[in-house]
Write a protein that binds this ligand. Structure first.
Ligand code: ZN
Length: 306
């Protein structure tokens, strides 16, 4: 953690500012220490302030992102840009010089994009994927990473110029409530972009997920390697209609990616699907203006805090 992050933080419980107690420094970074408001203390371990106990419902994502490190961060740059822009309506260069919050940053692929374009990024995630993100981008001067829940965020109100959350809120127990936490973190005039999974779901997949999400992540990950041969089954014209229906998998040609995305389908404990009218009503409820409908693969909107 860099000292500069303190400017944006408050205690998630009592909203008081923190005092930093550094036990071990590594250059500009606090490697180990704690944040203390006077009543509550939170640890800093392995360079990251931690505001949650270990992975309450997201241990699958911890595993997922550690495996992702090799594939997405390295060879998905163009796809990452396309997904970011189509689902947030932000061009990375628009965020240059801004303070931007990445809600559910995973391994940090969108944080990296924003920082590459000259934005200062604060990224947080409930899973230990933040450790993967730290390895990739954590030492950059304008990148701050922390582990926290969207339901108990440690940020002061009216802090950020822009914020975004894509592919994330549908994996929380209550996406609507999670969404409503976000706009208040924006400065007046700041922009928010949110994208969630689009209704309807694949019902066969959802049936399977009821039990696959309860398997130990490692076991499920091993099982997802079945996606490697099933991909070829799905290429046979005679039986394709049936096999696609019975064995939904991610259809990426790169087998490693295919396994990971299939794991993503089957591992989430929470996974909800949403419509434009529903998400539009969330934005209206939060009093946001200048709403834009976006999204290629997601139901995504952008709005402005007035
Ligand atoms: Zn406190």
């Amino acid at each position: 953690m860099k000292v500069g992050l303190l400017d944006y933080l408050v205690c998630p419980q009592c909203k008081k500012p923190f005092r930093l107690d550094a036990l071990e420094w590594d250059g500009e970074e606090v490697k180990r220490g704690s944040l203390f408001c006077g009543d509550h203390a939170y640890p800093i371990t392995q360079y990251i302030p931690r505001f949650v106990d270990v992975d309450p419902y997201a241990s699958n994502f911890s595993l997922l992102w550690k495996e992702y490190r090799r594939t997405i961060m390295e060879d998905g740059a163009e796809e990452t840009l396309e997904r970011f822009s189509s689902n947030t309506g932000f061009l990375p260069e628009d965020l240059k010089g801004q303070l931007v919050l990445d809600v559910g940053c995973g391994a940090g692929r969108f944080s990296k994009l924003v920082n590459d374009a000259g934005g200062t990024v604060v990224g947080f995630d409930i899973s230990s994927s933040v450790d993967v993100a730290f390895e990739a981008i954590g030492r950059r001067p304008n990148v701050h990473l922390l582990q926290a829940s969207v339901f108990q965020m440690p940020f002061a109100p009216s802090t950020f110029d822009s914020l975004f959350s894509i592919y994330v809120l549908q994996h929380t127990p209550d996406p609507h409530r999670a969404f409503l936490e976000l706009p208040l973190l924006l400065k007046r005039g700041g922009r928010i972009a949110v994208g969630v999974y689009r209704w309807p779901p694949n019902y066969v997949l959802e049936k399977y997920r009821q039990w696959t999400s309860r398997l130990p992540p490692r076991l499920l990950y091993a099982l997802c390697h079945l996606a490697v041969p099933i991909y070829y089954l799905h290429q046979i014209p005679m039986i394709r209609g049936i096999t696609l229906y019975l064995f939904p998998i991610a259809m990426y040609p790169n087998w490693r990616r295919r396994v990971l995305e299939t794991f993503d389908f089957y591992s989430s404990i929470y996974q909800s699907y949403h419509t434009y009218p529903e998400v539009f009503s969330w934005f209206q409820e939060a009093g946001l203006e200048e709403l834009q409908l976006l999204g290629a693969d997601l139901v995504a909107l952008q709005g402005r805090r007035c």
